[in-house]
Design a protein around this ligand. Sequence first.
Ligand code: PBG
Length: 333
Amino acid sequence: MGFPTIRPRRLRASPELRALVRETHLSPGDFVYPMFFNAALDAPRPIRTMPGIDQLPLSAAREQAKAIKARGIGSVILFGLPKTKDDRGSSGLDPSGPVPVAIAEMKSAVPELVVMADVCVDEYTDHGHCGILKKRAGGSRADDWEVDNDATIAVLAEIGVLFAKAGADVVAPSDMMDGRVAAMRTALDAEGFANTSILSYAVKYASAFYGPFREAADCAPKFGDRAGYQMDPANAREALREAALDEAEGADMLMVKPALSYLDIIKDVRAHSRLPLGAYNVSGEYAMLHAAADRGMIDRDRAIMEVLTSIRRAGADFILTYHALAAAELLGG
Ligand code: PBG
């Protein structure tokens, strides 16, 4: 007489049993929907690399807020395409720029919508880098510039205050400069915005999966790359260091980005921090899934739910995802 066969499959016998023992749940309230507002548009403009996602005119902000709310999605994150760019990202400081206007419109249409605003200068600089550049003494022609960390965080703090003034509930620095969370918290508090939260893109890798976004937000670097400020995909311990620093500087929530190639990092950060944790299911991850589904290689809807469930299972409390509207619909919203 041997042991009886241990049978985990017993608990997979029916949809009801499977629901009973399911460990991870998704709901539209877990999603943050990223949106691109282009100040130069009168009508939505499809983004070639991101099927189903448009750059939006500011005139669409109010109706979009209502449609998103109607799907049960509680949060959005806004990116801006300004009319003009320069080497210092000055249009990021324009109170009538695309992001402040979109924030105000969306909040007035749906006050309870959590409106987050991405804070970075790459959307506003003509060179497309996430910082203010300075000449590097003695550099060769290809390498004669560097990002001025401290000049950049001063501008980021100002942009954060501008977005808070416009009504943003959450400001989200995505630049990866050192010290930007502390600078932004100090500036927000000094200007009377103690209740505006900071979601830090704490752990952001230099990733190939941002490709489609750079078309969406028109912010591809004109020279060089972002490896001098975004993290090396080979590093995991460094993620914990970045997360701990941003937490110490006063971040209210942390984020890991991208999500799918970094599920181990999500799990690590979750284990080391008590802050709410988000993960960004980025443009390239979205584009890959659609490209495969459009060619009949995978089932779009099942793949979307599997991807989002995996990110939650790894430990993310919420997910920034272009799938938000489709997923909310699949969830019955
Ligand atoms: C930078 C920023 C990027 C994304 C969000 N904020 C691009 C980058 O760092 O190159 C990428 C988002 C995506 O790919 O979906 N402001």
